[in-house]
Design a protein around this ligand. Structure first.
Ligand SMILES: *Cc1c(COP(=O)(O)O)cnc(C)c1O
Length: 430
């Protein structure tokens, strides 16, 4: 026993092992030392052999110093809020890494003077939305609305249709957010119908602005009516339009989804949107519109509390002015391509002795965009018991459970991730 304990290698010796030394560079000394102490204790207690200390340390250390893990999205929900919504494009990831050091985010290199923050990202947005005179970016869509409400309607009224008082998720409600800024909500119309006259009758000296919100996560159908932007912009009050999803221009597939260019062209003063929904970029809140309106927002003290960092600005610029995003690539897949992908995966699994089937499915945009729109997709189908195991696997895979089956929908899964998906499935097979 005494001899066994003497054979347990000391901390410094374990740290000198090349792979352990590399891990210390990647994760920090303290984290690795903790793992070493725990493995040494296991060896002293006889749980492992002294010779197994190094391999035990290595097996217990994570790949990266951050805990957020890459998860494969096989849910068939394109923008899954719990999975961080839009995955960034390769170009955006590069831009983000490139901006991680010191940058010219607020410096004009030609003069050496302080420059407008994130000027390149703003220019990219204005290029993409020709009807906008100015742009500003904040932390997220909710922050964009909060800033607009604070700067334009604090102590005054926001006139909004009753049918557009949306709960965005996780218990957060737009009316509560707006009221928290010190603006008063003036609801007009009924749940299902509102008319231009309703808005007009509510306007007065206390009006801050009229707000039109895209009901981005539900649909009401039947006896309904709402007032289009082109009519609201004729009212004698500023008009703010919350489009939600962040499409900059009309979309060929999601034809019913509002975009930023159209309402501004129809006379809206300001559009607010998220960066990480259909735009396919980083979490951000976009504010686009008239120069004087955007300037008021930018100069408001709250703007400083909501401002975005250089990483967001870099990723946003690379998304707006860059190559096709993974989100857009998903939207452009044909049902036949998706079924081919499912069949290929099923064949590889069959080759490894695992019986799976493939079939057409229906995916959704999710995450506050295109409610009710069914996107034709395809899936690999396995017995239900796979769902829980895959979620706990490496990398974790999130599937959908449907009528006793584990359905792996390929709509939101990047083709580059298919081999990882296959490996993850085979690793949890019984
Ligand atoms: C998603 C959404 C928001 C909130 O945006 P976040 O970026 O999640 O803060 C606000 N309004 C609408 C219409 C939305 O769809």
């Amino acid at each position: 026993m005494h001899d066994h304990r003497r054979r347990v290698p000391g901390t410094d010796r374990v740290l000198e092992e090349p792979q352990v030394a590399l891990a210390a560079v990647r994760l920090g000394q303290e984290r690795v030392k903790q793992a070493i102490r725990s493995a040494q204790q296991q060896a002293r207690d006889g749980g492992i052999e002294p010779e197994q200390v190094v391999e035990t340390v290595l097996a217990g250390l994570p790949e990266s110093a951050a805990c957020l893990r890459h998860v494969l999205n096989a849910t068939g929900v394109l923008l899954h809020t719990n999975l961080g919504r839009a995955p960034l494009s390769e170009a955006a990831v590069r831009a983000l890494v490139g901006a991680a050091g010191t940058t010219d985010v607020e410096l004009d290199l030609s003069t050496g003077q302080r420059g407008p923050r994130g000027a390149a990202a703003m220019a990219a947005l204005l290029d993409a939305v020709p009807s906008a005179e100015a742009a500003h970016v904040v932390n997220n869509g909710a922050a964009a609305l909060a800033l607009a409400a604070t700067a334009l309607a604090q102590g005054r009224e926001i006139v909004v249709a009753r049918g557009e008082m949306v709960e965005i998720g996780d218990g957060f409600r737009l009316p509560d957010l707006l009221a928290s800024t010190g603006a008063r909500l003036r609801e007009v119309g009924t749940t299902n119908r509102v008319h231009l006259e309703d808005y007009r009758a509510a306007l007065g000296p206390d009006t801050g602005f009229v707000l039109k919100v895209h009901p981005s996560n539900f649909v009401i159908s039947g006896f309904t009516s709402s007032v289009p932007v082109a009519e609201l912009s004729g009212l004698d009050a500023p008009l703010v339009v919350d489009i939600g999803s962040g499409l900059l221009g009309p979309h060929p597939v999601l034809t019913e989804e509002p975009d930023a260019t159209t309402p501004l062209g129809q006379g809206a003063d300001l559009v607010t949107a998220s960066g990480d929904k259909l735009l396919g970029g980083p979490q951000a809140g976009l504010l686009l519109g008239r120069k004087d309106t955007v300037h008021r927002l930018r100069r408001h003290p709250l703007a400083r509390a909501l401002r975005v960092d250089k990483l967001t600005l870099a990723a946003l610029e690379a998304t707006v002015g860059g190559p096709i995003t993974p989100t857009e690539r998903s939207l452009r897949q044909t049902p036949a391509e998706l079924l081919n992908r499912a069949e290929r995966i099923t064949e590889v699994l069959a080759g490894a002795g695992l019986a799976a089937t493939s079939r057409p499915t229906s995916a959704a945009v999710g995450g506050g965009g295109a409610p009710g729109v069914e996107l034709p997709s395809a899936a690999v189908v396995l017995p239900q018991r796979f769902a829980g195991r895959l979620r706990a696997g490496n990398p974790p895979v999130l599937a959908r459970v449907e009528r006793g089956h584990c359905v792996l929908d390929l709509y939101a899964l990047a083709p580059e991730d298919e081999d990882d998906l296959i490996r993850a499935i085979l690793a949890v097979e019984d």
